[in-house]
Ligand binder design. Structure first.
Ligand code: HEM
Length: 202
């Protein structure tokens, strides 16, 4: 048991941390070696957004995965992965603000008002924000039961981000379709699991 815990803490956790940095390293090296295509800014913004969504969905998969694999330690990766999702979402937002809006707040507000996909993206980001802020162990202890209730907002955040993706696609909807299917499966699993958990024992 102790060997398993050591393996998890010394190998799985640090390896996951490094792997989660790869998308960023690929983007930086792609920029450096001019591999990001005709519109590197668009590639950077889109890739960061898609990685934020992928990591968010992966974070939500950890609980069902840990039950299916009977590997409870997997849950310990949730906080790090959730924060990585927020990190990529923040870089995505920062690049949009800098490259597309030149940090002009008036034009950003106009964009939120006029383009529904930007409204959904902002709503998704604002939903993730309190989760990232309260992700520390001390906050978890301080908030008690309300911490769990607050962190259920992660499902709303994923839905808003998937809507954000749907509203920006123009022709090929296959990718948002995959993320939608994944989200629906995770939500259904979550509902079934809490029903089973709360079922009175006979
Ligand atoms: C903070 C507010 C946000 C803004 C202003 C924003 C803005 C954008 C913009 C400008 C694009 C590119 C659209 C295009 O090239 O036509 C985009 C794409 C995308 N964003 Fe966001 N976004 C925000 C939040 C988020 C969040 C929180 C997520 C996920 C966690 C997310 C995930 C995505 C995805 C998956 C794409 C599509 C990537 C692709 O086409 O492959 N965005 N967003």
């Amino acid at each position: 048991m102790q060997i398993q815990a050591k393996f998890f803490n010394n190998i799985v956790k640090p390896a996951s941390f490094v792997i989660l940095l790869f998308p960023l390293l690929f983007l930086i090296s792609g920029l450096f070696f001019d591999l990001l295509g005709a519109n590197p800014i668009e590639t950077i913004i889109r890739d960061l957004g898609e990685w934020a969504l992928r990591i968010l969905l992966l974070t939500l998969s950890l609980s069902p995965l840990s039950r299916a694999l009977k590997w409870p330690q997997l849950i310990q990766l949730r906080r790090m992965m959730g924060l990585f999702a927020f990190f990529y979402a923040s870089l995505h937002l920062f690049c949009y603000l800098g490259f597309e809006q030149s940090f002009d707040i008036r034009s950003v507000i106009e964009d939120i008002w006029e383009r529904p996909f930007i409204t959904a993206g902002f709503a998704g980001f604002l939903t993730l924000l309190p989760l990232a802020i309260t992700s520390t162990r001390s906050k978890m202890r301080q908030m008690g039961a309300s911490w769990k209730a607050l962190h259920r907002l992660v499902y709303l955040a994923v839905i808003l981000c998937v809507v954000h993706f749907w509203w920006l696609v123009k022709a090929d909807a296959s990718t948002p379709m995959v993320y939608t299917a994944f989200t629906v499966i995770l939500l259904l699993e979550r509902v079934c699991w809490s029903k089973l958990k709360n079922k009175p024992k006979q």
